[in-house]
Design a protein around this ligand. Sequence first.
Ligand SMILES: Cc1cc2nc3c(=O)[nH]c(=O)nc-3n(C[C@H](O)[C@H](O)[C@H](O)COP(=O)(O)O)c2cc1C
Length: 257
Amino acid sequence: MSDHTIKINRETCIGCSLCAKTCVAHNIKLDDGKAKIISDNCVMCGQCSAVCPREAITISGYDMNPVPRKETVRLDPDDVLNVIRFRRTVRQFQNRGIPEHVRDQILEAGRLTHTAKNLQDVSFVVLDKQKGWIEQMAVRLFRRIKPYADLFSPMAKNVEIDDHFFFFHAPLVIVVLAKDTTNGILAAQNMEFVAEANGLGVLFSGFFTSAVNASRKIKRALRVPRGKKAAATLVLGYPDVKYLRSAQREKLNVRYM
Ligand SMILES: Cc1cc2nc3c(=O)[nH]c(=O)nc-3n(C[C@H](O)[C@H](O)[C@H](O)COP(=O)(O)O)c2cc1C
């Protein structure tokens, strides 16, 4: 993470203690009726700044300011559930590029996603023009290991690894990198929803993600930083298939205790 400093303006602080109550690190206390940071033990989550009624708390070092929440943003729960119900993996794409502003909105969804310990360890590799030869590296790797997979998996035997096995001719691929895989996957899921809201279809390519993590060569080609791994690969494009029905899922498996 970049360098950040948290500041409390004692002039504007009214000592309401909302910041102290919300600080997960118990790092704020009232001193002389004003909020005060007591140690360096801060994950810079900014919750204190977000609850302050007087904008008395600021964090420096970000290239964005907090956006004031003007009206209550409420999602209709049925609409949200239907988005989940009707999203399907798309493997057939139109021969049509994705506008830059749509791509950027999808990336913004990734950037805005929360991370454990506010690590903000998620980064993205956008494969556009370089997609072809990078896919071929993964194809060569999978063709090499396929004979071994065939021994153990009857399903693998039926699969042919053609030249577009990973990206299905899609116009855009985004590899999500992270130190903590869970953080990367959360970002990827939010990105999928924004992609869907833009009329795109998405495939999570678990195979390509595995290829990246298994191959030093592909890691080098993608310039994966040390300490990070591929958490997810989103394959994106306008769908050339229309699903008329939702997926069927197994019975809800839940235990109430
Ligand atoms: C983490 C993850 C990895 C996946 N990897 C692949 C993949 O490499 N290739 C592929 O064709 N489908 C892949 N899929 C798609 C699944 O096969 C698909 O989600 C599942 O069959 C259910 O179909 P649906 O998404 O249309 O409901 C992946 C899905 C997930 C969630």
